[in-house]
Design a protein around this ligand. Structure first.
Ligand code: C2E
Ligand code: CA
Ligand code: CA
Ligand code: CA
Length: 276
């Protein structure tokens, strides 16, 4: 059944029913992937000082599908949100990344930030901070090196509800970053109401920063805002030398993008780390 425009309940036609069935099946296969360990993180380096120093790494979910090969998050994150298991997915990635990076830190003696993506839908759950605390405890990963990147795909209508959760995270020592800054509904409200450490300048603003005067002004303004508020600003999607030099001129010194490295497998990341 579906609810029509007048709020009346109407049966679905055959075509609509098939669509629902195939979506449900797809959601089930994503859950299988989570159960079997076939959804796990890739790691993209985050650099500073012209790329000569390491700032950290971002864990990005990938699904190793038995038939389709490596599936990008755009093909499964939305489903996990719609079918209400994004919390499970986020935690699988977070736990795995904390475990693997803790091991790597112990092996190498190196320290770097680890960023994980958390859907805003997930943060609204009451026990979110407790679950992160449990993962830190279980893996031994140092809280002060963990950053939570909040990705907003739906509106958080009551920020005061989540403010408590954020304060709990801060008390643990975890850092808080706003992902895709400037592209989402409540970017500025987040800064007003929540204890944010970092904003991530979305790659859509960086992409044409060398060609488009308006994009240039947006980048400059966001970087300035970040600096006025004493926040770290991380630029994502840095693909070339021009991108890098423009944002550096604007005062942004933490960056991530294909210019430095694509997201890597765990082994690829271990090798990359050797140069620092
Ligand atoms: P995001 O958090 O904004 O991550 C940046 C995306 O840009 C990643 O795409 C990354 O591979 C890509 N990227 C990095 N450098 C460049 C570049 O120089 N050029 C271009 N064109 N792209 C670049 P990816 O890995 O496909 O992830 C897409 C989105 O999926 C992420 O965007 C994030 O919102 C979401 N996501 C990924 N993993 C998770 C997760 O574990 N949980 C949740 N809730 N969302 C996740
Ligand atoms: Ca992110
Ligand atoms: Ca995003
Ligand atoms: Ca982004």
């Amino acid at each position: 059944y579906k609810i029509d425009d007048d709020g009346e309940i109407e049966p679905l036609n055959n075509h609509q029913q098939e669509e629902v069935d195939s979506k449900t099946l797809y959601a089930e296969s994503i859950k299988k992937g989570l159960e079997n360990g076939n959804i796990y993180p890739y790691y993209q380096p985050v650099l500073t000082s012209d790329g000569e120093e390491l700032h950290g790494v971002e864990a990005l979910a990938r699904w190793e599908h038995p038939e389709k090969g490596l599936v990008p998050p755009i093909d499964f994150i939305d489903h996990a949100e719609e079918y209400d298991f994004i919390d499970w997915l986020d935690e699988v990635i977070c736990r795995r990344a904390c475990k693997d990076m803790k091991e790597l830190m112990d092996q190498t003696g190196k320290r770097f930030m680890l960023s994980v993506n958390i859907s805003a839908v997930h943060i609204r759950k009451q026990d979110f901070a407790d679950r992160i605390e449990a993962i830190l405890y279980e893996t031994g990963f140092p809280a002060e090196y963990l950053a939570i990147e909040i990705t907003e795909t739906s509106l958080i209508d009551n920020l005061s509800d989540v403010a408590v959760t954020f304060q709990q995270l801060k008390n643990l020592g975890v850092k808080i970053a706003i992902d895709d800054f400037g592209t989402t509904y409540s970017s500025l409200n987040y800064l007003k109401y929540l204890p944010v450490d970092t904003i991530k300048l979305d790659k859509t603003f960086i992409h044409d920063v060398d060609k488009s005067p308006i994009d240039r002004r947006i980048c400059k303004t966001i970087i300035q805002l970040g600096s006025d508020l004493d926040l770290n600003v991380v630029a994502e999607g840095v693909e070339c030398d021009q991108h890098l030099s423009i944002i550096q001129d604007f005062g942004c010194h933490i960056y991530q993008g294909y210019y430095f490295s694509k997201p890597l497998t765990l082994d690829g990341w271990k090798t990359y780390l050797e140069q620092f």
